[in-house]
Design a protein around this ligand. Sequence first.
Ligand code: SAM
Length: 259
Amino acid sequence: MTDFSQAHRPRKALGQNFLHDPGVLAKIVAAIAPQPDDHMVEIGPGLGALTRPLLERLKHLDVVEFDRDLVARLRTGFPPDRLTVHEGDALKFDFASLGDNLRVVGNLPYNISSPLLFHLTEYAERIRDMHFMLQKEVVDRMAAQPDTPDYGRLSVMLQARFRVAKLFTVPPGAFRPPPKVDSAVVRLAPLPPEAIPYRDAKAFAEVVARAFGQRRKTLRNTLKGLIGAEQLQAIGIDPGRRGETLSVAEFAKISQLLR
Ligand code: SAM
């Protein structure tokens, strides 16, 4: 098991806030409900707070950790035949190299959470589900519905590929050192292919990025040069609307015009 006798000084730049509340850990593990043969990968295992209870239930676990000191601790603290430690940046990690039917979990470094979620979206076909601890504000944005202040590019891009469910919030005191913000645990389950609303992922991403690039402007302005007002009207979408009022399905419908 991990040796805690030598203190690790948390690195702020790597978003190191280590979970220590046993009640919260038990709640996360219950939400994940690991089964012995699950193919699970943990991002940012740190000192192993979540790694340990997961390994008690799994035959094998892959982890991706950036901090070299923590990698060394994990390699000596857990049986190497049951824990495979990949040293590196999760933002660049090739999750396809692990195979498929992946269950991805992690108490993520908050400073890289959005780019990491976009990176993982590229592997959606290989993923069975994902459970993450994130800044509560980010989880609220991920799960937001149209016409609310939290609704934006992150909500639309994730909800087009995943069912997003906010599970529970976690107070700063559950971590050492405590972060300045509340956290929340979220579950993402990939939608079946027939439920993905768009045909062309690139066109969809472009329309969504444009529509939220200038939040206060209407579609007539944000999509100028890409899609004409009359084209929007022809598919029943008022060009005077703003991106934040459109459903994921309506974004998909607009992106079809680019094909
Ligand atoms: N899972 C542990 C826990 O719950 O106590 C640690 C969580 S801490 C919030 C985030 C972890 O992610 C740290 O161990 C940090 O070193 C690691 N990390 C930071 N940036 C990373 C990156 N780009 N790729 C992989 N791991 C990273």
